[in-house]
Design a protein around this ligand. Structure first.
Ligand SMILES: [Zn+2]
Ligand SMILES: [Zn+2]
Length: 358
């Protein structure tokens, strides 16, 4: 089969690769689309400890079931079903896995990291993943293209599940990439009356963010975010902050602008060799602030994400601004890095040229 194989930093090659064989407890998917995630970008430019080259990355996958292993219950899936696949695969045995929190398993082996991912013509869903119900059948009304947003949106849903956003609240999001803007749309849908999105790459934020109604876009190079939040909340501060970026200062600034009983999600991780911050614990103490983490997602978040895409709460067409062919994947990575596209999707079974321009 044809695959985009990651051989090392800034080295992805389109080449022939052995097509996986579908064992009795596995499921083979013919990949239709795989979106490029910020993590794919990091792997391409910096490498990743869980990705051992040569490897096939990509985890925002949709496709059609090609073959169902003979020991897999045929009532669950049939050849021809349109599906996506949950990224996190747990060990299946530990306490966290038993609660269904596969994303938090200490031995989690994710698809597109440990297991080969979606930038190839076929994807083998490993036995463990099949057993953990990682295969999600896409709703009829969700296209295979738009279905690539189920994975990133599921992570957003998991993150916000801790935050309890209520009617009339003010939410501030640091980071205006696709995930930050998904957070913004979801926060509005949850009832937030003011949603502010902050990003120093203000050009990109304005170009893509202005397509979403009712967001307040801030350029931190031009305005003081703290003052702006105070002005918009009559001095009270933000109820919720989400850091959808790998930036320490956003976490620190975020804590400072919270109102009493405010909640903050450290949604974006920090670089692994630079993850210590010094924060004012008394801010948390006196204001009764809550600090939450969020990492990846699980099946139930995928199911909700698919529904939010079908209902249009998350307007897929405003997020996917460009589709690349598999041959153009490196170009896609470059364009994301340059901020020229919001969400880029790779069409796996296409031959040439992008089919959707911004
Ligand atoms: Zn992702
Ligand atoms: Zn486990």
């Amino acid at each position: 089969m044809k695959a985009a194989v990651f051989h090392g930093v800034e080295d992805i090659r389109i080449q022939e690769w052995p097509q996986p064989h579908c064992g009795p407890k596995e499921v083979l998917v013919k990949v239709s689309y795989c979106a490029i995630c910020g993590t794919d970008l990091r792997i391409f430019y910096h490498g990743h400890k869980k990705v051992n080259p040569p490897a096939i990355i990509g985890h925002e996958i949709t496709g059609v079931i090609e073959k169902v292993g003979e020991s897999v219950s045929q009532s669950d899936f049939r050849a021809g079903d349109p599906v996506t696949v949950v990224t996190s695969v747990g060990c299946g045995h530990c306490r966290l896995c038993q609660r269904g929190w596969y994303n938090l398993c200490p031995d989690t082996r994710a698809i597109g990291y440990f297991w080969p991912g979606g930038f190839a013509e076929y994807l083998l869903v490993p036995e463990e993943a099949v057993a953990q119900q990682a295969i999600i059948r896409l709703p009829e009304k969700l296209s295979l293209l738009d279905g690539t947003l189920v994975e990133p949106l599921s992570c957003v849903i998991n993150g916000q599940s801790y935050l309890n956003i209520r009617d009339g609240e003010t939410v501030v999001i640091f980071g205006g990439g696709p995930v930050g803007l998904m957070h913004a749309c979801l926060a509005k849908a949850e009832g937030a009356s003011q949603v502010l999105v902050v990003d120093p790459d203000f050009e990109r934020l304005e170009r893509f963010g202005k397509k979403f109604e009712g967001l307040i876009l801030l350029d931190p190079k031009k305005v003081k975010v703290k003052e702006e939040v105070a002005r918009l909340t009559a001095g009270a501060g933000a109820d919720v902050v989400i850091t959808a970026c790998p930036v320490k200062q956003a976490q620190l600034d975020g804590l400072e602008i919270l109102a009493g009983r405010g909640r903050i999600s450290f949604f974006g991780g920090l670089p692994k060799d630079d993850s210590l911050i010094t924060l004012d614990a008394n801010l948390i103490h006196y204001r009764e602030l809550s600090v939450f983490g969020a990492f990846a997602s699980n099946r139930k978040d995928y199911l909700k994400a698919a529904q939010l895409l079908v209902s249009g709460v998350i307007p897929a067409e405003k997020f996917i601004t460009r589709v690349f062919s598999l041959e153009e994947i490196v170009e896609g990575l470059h364009q994301i890095k340059q901020g020229a596209v919001l969400k880029a999707v790779v069409k796996i079974d296409s031959v040439k040229k992008g089919i959707k321009e911004e």
